[in-house]
Write a protein that binds this ligand. Structure first.
Ligand code: PPS
Length: 294
C-alpha cells in the first residue's frame, strides 16, 4: 500500500466497481476470477465499514481457527491471519497458504472467484446503511489513502450514488443476497452480533461445522467484545503503518454502536436517505435494526 502522495487518482474503477488506486492492484484483481478455491476456504464478505466484516470477523475467525497465532509475544496481526483476498500482501502467497484459508473481502458478487460457487463457504455481513455511511465518513478523515470529507451531507450524496470506494451499498447487498443460493452461504448482521455476540458466535461456528466447548465460546465472546478488541493491538489494527492513518482523527474501532447515525444525520439527511433507500430496496426481503432499542 502506498501513500496517496503518489498523486494517482484515489478511486479507480475496475469492471464496474470502485477500488482504491493505492491499495488494489489490477494484476492481482485479474488473477482472482480463476483463483483456485479449496473445500475448506472461508470468505467473509462485507461492504466497507459494515464491519464486522472486517476488523471484527478477522479477529473472531482468527480465534476460531488459529488462536495460537494471535496470542502471546509473537502474535500476528489479524490481517496476516485473515487477509483481504483483493489486496496483494507482499509477503503472502495466497495460493500456498495452508488450509483452512480464511479471507475477508469487499468484492462485489460479480468479481468473486468463480470457484467459490463450487467449494468453500461464504459469510455475508450486513449493517444498517445509515451507520455504514457514518462510519465510512469518519474513516475517510482517519485514513490517508482516501479523500478527506468536509461535509457529511456531501459525503452522504456520494455514498447514496455509489461514488465511493466499494461503489453502491445497495448494489453490493442486492447482488450478493439475490445470488446467495449459488453458494454455501450465511447471512448475518452487525446489529445481531452487537446485541448478542454469544448467539452469533454459535451461529457462525455451527455454519462452519466447528464444535466449540463452553470455555472456548466464553473466551471468544470475551475477547471479541468491542472494549477488549479496542485495547488489543493484535485486533485493533493500530499496528498498521501509521503513515496510512491520522491517529488524531480516529481509529478502526471507533464507537462500535448501533444507531450512531442519529448523532450526525439531520432531518433533511434522513428524509433524503429514506426516500433513496425505499426506492432501491423495495423488492428486497431484508430488514435492518436502525436503533439499539428495536
Ligand atoms: N468488536 C466490535 N464490536 C462492535 N463494533 C465493532 C467491533 N469491531 C469492529 N467494529 C466496528 O466495525 C466498524 C468498522 O468496520 P470494518 O472493520 O468493516 O471497516 S473496514 O471496511 O474494514 O475498514 C467500526 O464501526 P464504527 O465504530 O461505527 O465506525 C468498528 O467500530
Amino acid at each position: 500500500m502506498e501513500n496517496r502522495k503518489d498523486h494517482r487518482p484515489i478511486i479507480s474503477n475496475y469492471k464496474g466497481f470502485n477500488f482504491i488506486s493505492n491499495v488494489h492492484d489490477q494484476k492481482h484483481l485479474d488473477s482472482l476470477e480463476t483463483f483456485e478455491i479449496r473445500e475448506t476456504d472461508v470468505f467473509v464478505i462485507t461492504y466497507p465499514k459494515s464491519d464486522t466484516g472486517t476488523t471484527w470477523f478477522q479477529y473472531l475467525l482468527s480465534l476460531l481457527y488459529y488462536s495460537n497465532e494471535v496470542e502471546g509475544e509473537d502474535a500476528k496481526m489479524t490481517i496476516e491471519v485473515v487477509p483481504w483476498i483483493e489486496v496483494h500482501m507482499k509477503k503472502q502467497d495466497y495460493c500456498k497458504k495452508p488450509s483452512p484459508r480464511l479471507f475477508v473481502s469487499h468484492l462485489p458478487y460479480n468479481l468473486i472467484p468463480n470457484g467459490l460457487k463450487e467449494k468453500g463457504k461464504v459469510i455475508y455481513v450486513a449493517r444498517n446503511p445509515k451507520d455504514v455511511a457514518v462510519s465510512f465518513y469518519h474513516f475517510h478523515n482517519f485514513s490517508n489513502f482516501l479523500e478527506n470529507q468536509e461535509s457529511f451531507g456531501d459525503f452522504l450524496n456520494k455514498f447514496l450514488h455509489g461514488n465511493v470506494f466499494g461503489s453502491s451499498w445497495f448494489d453490493h447487498i442486492k447482488d450478493w443476497y439475490s445470488h446467495k443460493h449459488e453458494f454455501d452461504f450465511l447471512y448475518i448482521t452487525y446489529e445481531e452480533m452487537n446485541k448478542d455476540l454469544r448467539s452469533s458466535v454459535l451461529k457462525i461456528s455451527h455454519f462452519l461445522d466447528k464444535k466449540l466447548d463452553e470455555k472456548t465460546i466464553d473466551m471468544i465472546v470475551e475477547k471479541g467484545s468491542f472494549k477488549n478488541m479496542k485495547n488489543n493491538p493484535v485486533a485493533n489494527s493500530e499496528r498498521l503503518s501509521s503513515e496510512h492513518f491520522d491517529r488524531s482523527k480516529g481509529s478502526f474501532l471507533r464507537k462500535g454502536k448501533v444507531g450512531d447515525w442519529k448523532n450526525l444525520f439531520t432531518v433533511a439527511h434522513n428524509e433524503r436517505f429514506d426516500e433513496f433507500y425505499w426506492k432501491a430496496m423495495k423488492d428486497v426481503p431484508l430488514d435492518f435494526i436502525w436503533d439499539p432499542c428495536e
